[in-house]
Ligand binder design. Structure first.
Ligand code: DGL
Length: 274
């Protein structure tokens, strides 16, 4: 058996911290290595080629740090890069190394959460225009009707902490109105961007109690737990020191300060170059 290593968790920026937090809650015994490509975020409006190139660089970096399992805790990367990485880039790589995303686990769960099969999806333009959620949900939950809307301003608003300003609130509410204008009976909204849990309460307050607003962190964490329980070999490749380290392509002090918003605790980060 090769050396053991931490679970790599990647996001374009801070959003993946909302997923990491759930991993730690559900699987506290493992070591985690988080990498945020904050210097090049947001990815949401970037092309397929660029998101693939950036994501692959991050995956290779985490692999070189000893990770045997990397989770793309970023919908944009999962939508635009995961398949190419799994099916082309990693084919000749270490057979024991795996990269997983957040879209499949979310679509396996979300169909069953709607009572009337009317599901709204909010995400970045990259995620929404890739149609990944629609395609997966049509396979896994054929009776569901999917209504999507891209919110290009939400990640920049959250990253710059402007989502509570009057202008920020107005932009967010306008996007929700556009989604709901597509179908009045939507009873479940999936936040298909790992940044959005930060404004979950704001969204829930605006749509009211008849619509469930779902964050994907807890879903992805439960699915990871299930995956590891079925993959003893992978389980044995992960180190168990209950630690968490943070890497960022931004200035580490900037990352540490902003990460507090997401994790509600102070952390130490290291700046790296991809
Ligand atoms: N957290 C990323 C996601 O889930 C944000 C993408 C971005 O950088 O725009 O899509």
């Amino acid at each position: 058996m090769d050396k053991i290593g931490p679970i790599g968790v990647f996001d374009s920026g801070y959003g993946g911290l909302t997923v990491l937090q759930e991993f730690i809650r559900v699987l506290p015994e493992y070591d985690y290595l988080y990498l945020g490509d904050n210097a090049r975020a947001p990815y949401g409006n970037r092309s397929f080629d660029v998101v693939h190139e950036f994501t692959l660089e991050a995956v290779n970096y985490l692999k070189n740090q000893g990770c045997k399992l990397v989770i793309l805790a970023c919908n944009t990367s999962s939508a635009k890069a995961l398949r190419t990485i799994q099916q082309i880039d990693l084919v000749h790589s270490d057979a024991n190394f795996r990269v997983l995303g957040v879209i499949r686990p979310s679509t396996e769960t979300i169909g069953a959460l709607s009572k009337n099969n009317s599901i709204g999806i909010l995400g970045t333009p990259g995620t929404i225009h890739s149609e990944s959620y629609k395609i997966e949900l049509e396979k896994l939950s054929p009776s569901s009707r999917i209504f999507q809307h891209a919110c290009p301003m939400w990640v920049p608003l959250i990253e710059s902490n402007q989502h509570h300003t009057e202008l920020g609130k107005k932009i967010i509410q306008n996007d929700i109105k556009v989604l709901l204008s597509k179908e009045r009976s939507i009873d479940t909204i999936l936040l298909a961007c790992t940044h959005y849990p930060l404004i979950l309460q704001q969204i829930q307050d605006f749509v009211g109690p008849s619509i469930s607003v779902i964050s994907q962190g807890p879903i992805v964490a439960d699915k990871l737990k299930d995956y590891l329980s079925r993959n003893e070999f992978m389980q044995k490749q992960i180190s168990r020191g209950a630690s968490c380290s943070f890497l960022t392509t931004e200035n580490s002090v900037v990352f540490q300060e902003a990460a507090m918003q997401f994790l509600a605790q102070s952390i130490k980060a290291e700046q790296i170059k991809l």
